[in-house]
Design a protein around this ligand. Sequence first.
Ligand code: DGL
Length: 260
Amino acid sequence: MNSSPIGVFDSGVGGLSVLHHIRTELPCEHLLYIADSAHAPYGGKSTEEICARASALSEFLIAHDAKALVVACNTATAAAIAMLRERYAIPVIGMEPAVKPAVTATKSGVVGVLATTGTLQSARFAALLENYGQNVRVVTQGCPGLVECVERGELATTATRNLLNGYLQPLLEQGADTLVLGCTHYPFLKPLIRELAGENIALIDTGAAVAQQVRRRVAEAGLLSPATMPGSVRFWTSGDAVLGREVVGKLWGEAAVEKM
Ligand code: DGL
């Protein structure tokens, strides 16, 4: 089982921002990735709908021999991680917006959180604020439409720029000096965010921390691969395979993308 792959999924291509970190952290592991692009965005979906998708994707990955599951999506983690952990005995690693490190990093005392509506309205996010957001001001901003821009591979078009600017300005006007990228699609917009928000704003995401957590959890379960050669990566999309290949090419590099 130690040579089995680690399965990773997201509502679409956003989780590739996490996959990059997993590849660096665990270069010899085989990886599977599903972009559930036919069902993106998850941000406005009900908990039941997201749980149904998370189940279907997890079953698919386990049928392909996954020894661990990584939910590379803040929205799906908020909705479905408890259900997945109850159902599967293998390690299940999720993620949440980086409020804790942002609270430590801010100098202005104002932290801005960019995330999907689903994440911001979740009980897990409320608990996160309760635990870590007490001594600073945390201002949140839902970002409808932004995931779709990344799904189309539009990282710097005028439409993406205008949409993003409309979400950033209220946070900056309220004095935020630290922005949490609370959705795995948003790290791909970092160059544009930097340009719009300025170089002095700190941008925080959890990709690297999640990859370290994947290593820890897989090691604790005694499942780290003994391999010393670089591992493979296999991609699927539930959406259009041609578009999937084009966008994966942009965000990851040239790769075959199979239709799920
Ligand atoms: N990448 C997902 C996240 O981290 C995006 C959710 C969506 O599809 O709306 O939240």
